[in-house]
Write a protein that binds this ligand. Structure first.
Ligand SMILES: NC(=O)c1ccc[n+]([C@@H]2O[C@H](COP(=O)([O-])OP(=O)(O)OC[C@H]3O[C@@H](n4cnc5c(N)ncnc54)[C@H](OP(=O)(O)O)[C@@H]3O)[C@@H](O)[C@H]2O)c1
Length: 328
């Protein structure tokens, strides 16, 4: 049975931001294991751009967005852990969040603790859970570590810098402009490198007395490869977790030997929050650091849902800092 129609952004074919089109859709009843959520804000992420352009596959047509915060409006018949009126959030809904209403599988939802602003929550779920697995699971960052985080003033970057500082690490952050450098410094970076003007390998080597760092977190991709490998100490870990400038080109594993018996991983959030228990444990860690004030999530702009194309264009063109959200 369908309900009152709602507005949603639809992508019918791959392309530039102009393929994000506002539509009216019939709201349907949630399936047995789903929850229908009235969206208060949805997060805009680089993964949404990869899917729009076709770099990552998404079945067409689809409503983009996996990250949102909203209020429970209806429950599928098998759902007992949520109640109508409750504030909930998702990071890995898969799709559907660029809308006024979305049906989300209950096992992809978390309850939002009191005291958190819905827009802030929409801007921190996917990015914050990513920061969590990168800093706590892929490599366990501690006070003895000096680490390199690329795109430190971005959505994931801002959360990572603050969280790594809270863990006691020394943090080197790269950024693409003077304005972003100021932001990264204010977030707590011990060294900020403007890689649009400086050689970041040289700067990292100088800061670490020629030693290099044990881990590089690289979401920039093509533009920082293979230079990121040269920032690592022997046996260091290259974490390639994004392609903002394009994918890392194919290379021979022998390169890792030449550069000091390095390790490399190419992780994705979905594997780290695959089960509801993993998702809820990670979300609870994230909510804790935010509520304690160790990590401040900045939503630098809230765009009307109708301006989804402008929001993605701004993110893609490096005009944004921190998180950006859409408000229906
Ligand atoms: N694997 C995972 O599990 C996972 C999960 C979430 C996000 N990610 C990745 O994490 C990264 C950050 O995501 P986000 O949504 O928070 O975006 P973001 O960091 O806010 O934006 C991307 C930033 O990358 C930098 N950049 C460098 N070269 C670029 C280029 N040629 N074009 C565009 N940007 C460029 C820009 O910062 P500067 O101007 O300072 O260089 C830009 O602001 C993305 O690569 C995303 O795919 C991965």
């Amino acid at each position: 049975m369908s309900q009152a129609p709602h507005r949603a952004i639809l992508i019918s074919h791959n392309g530039g931001p102009e393929v994000l089109q506002m539509t009216e859709q019939d709201s349907r009843k949630p399936r047995a294991d789903e929850v229908r959520v009235r969206v208060l804000a949805s997060g805009v992420n680089f993964v949404d751009i990869y899917q729009r352009t076709g770099l990552y596959q998404a079945p067409l047509p689809y409503v983009p967005g996996g990250e949102m915060c909203g209020v429970v409006e209806a429950l599928g018949k098998n759902v007992s852990e949520f109640s109508v009126g409750e504030l909930v959030a998702s990071a890995t809904a898969g799709s559907g969040c660029y809308a006024e209403v979305v049906n989300v599988a209950a096992d992809r939802l978390v309850k939002v603790p009191r005291g958190l602003e819905p827009r802030t929550v929409a801007g921190m779920m996917l990015k914050g859970l990513t920061a969590h697995y990168l800093l706590r699971q892929v490599y366990r960052v501690g006070a003895e570590d000096t680490i390199l985080i690329h795109a430190a003033a971005g959505g994931v970057g801002q959360i990572m810098v603050q969280w790594a500082k809270a863990l006691g690490a020394t943090v080197i952050g790269t950024v693409g402009s003077a304005g972003k450098a100021k932001l990264a410094r204010a977030l707590g970076c011990d060294l900020v490198i403007d890689y649009s003007r400086q050689d970041f390998v040289k700067a990292v080597k100088k800061f670490t007395q020629g030693e290099g760092v044990p881990v590089v977190y690289d979401s920039v991709g093509a533009a920082t490869f293979p230079a990121s490998l040269d920032c690592l100490q022997r046996f260091g870990l290259f974490v390639s977790f994004g392609n903002a400038s394009g994918p890392v080109p194919p290379f021979s594993p022998a390169l890792l030997a030449q550069k000091g018996s390095l390790f490399m991983t190419r992780p994705t959030l979905f594997d780290f929050v695959r089960t509801p228990a993993q998702l809820r444990a990670a979300a609870s860690e994230l909510f804790k650091v935010v509520k304690q004030g160790k990590v401040r999530v900045t939503v630098s702009e809230a765009y009307p849902l109708a301006d989804a194309a402008r929001a993605q264009a701004d993110l893609e063109a490096r005009r944004t800092t921190g998180s950006i959200v859409l408000v229906p």
